[in-house]
Design a binder for this molecule. Sequence first.
Ligand code: ADP
Ligand code: PHD
Length: 280
Amino acid sequence: MSTGRVVAAVHLYRGPERPLVVKFGGTSLATPQRMRRAAARVAAYAREGRNVVVVVSAMGHRTDRILRWVRDVCDGAPPAAIARDVDRAVATGEELSAGLMAAALGAMGVRAAALRGGEAGVRVVGEFGAGRIREVNPRRLRALLAEGVVPVIAGFQGERDDCELVTLERGGSDITAVAVAAALGCAPCHVVTDVDAVYAADPRVDPGAERFTDLTHGQMLALAEAGAHVLHAGAARLAHTLNVPLRVYSFRAPLRRPGGTRVGCMAADGVVADGVAEGV
Ligand SMILES: Nc1ncnc2c1ncn2[C@@H]1O[C@H](COP(=O)(O)OP(=O)(O)O)[C@@H](O)[C@H]1O
Ligand SMILES: N[C@@H](CC(=O)OP(=O)(O)O)C(=O)O
């Protein structure tokens, strides 16, 4: 079982300003209407003058659907011998999202380019279906940002040294987003999902659960490790280790001031640290 841990994140971003990384989960992209809404959010951030990098998951439950198709086509559980090609099939979910998102942005007058994980500099190690990010080389991302182009990265995948595409563990787009943010100089990372914040327990199961506006990285990690799958535990661990500021909010949130939960913006005394929280 892969730990989802980034082995190293080097080639730190040295641009004049830290970009903003915005990750959209499958629920935020489940329909064409939601995809357009997500694109409108990115367009609004870009028009505010922010350098935005987008990371996308597969639309809705598409990854599960692809895995069902694999089982149907393979007449049962797919043998390890075809793991490489299963990964190619599974990865198309995120690639479709990236193409659609970049096209939607282009139609809104925002220059954007869809990238596979490997094209975005996401280098992985490990077996098919259980890749771990070794590093993110942000050279191409920096070049696109310098040209005023929004990179739209297919999450949940990367390229190994043998040039093979390898997917991460399930839910791994969160890890992609945090690793990309870390490589871009600890850029703030927004995780857009279908709940308005992080809660003490799944609000669908416990409607009375406490809602958090601020969490430390340690608190977020503890919640994620206890099963709060609103953020992948591997992503929470990475954000904690590399001090990547996060904000978790709903795709329904207003385009300006989306609210939600800020993670990692707290000073030791519990007061939100000036400057650190700014822009997160
Ligand atoms: N502690 C928690 N706080 C908020 N949401 C939680 C928590 N635990 C579980 N969830 C669930 O996580 C879901 C969002 O995660 P997920 O379905 O993986 O979304 P996405 O498609 O954005 O990746 C929410 O719909 C919510 O039911
Ligand atoms: N699409 C992949 C990766 C992922 O991160 O998805 P989501 O962000 O929707 O949980 C999965 O279903 O595992």
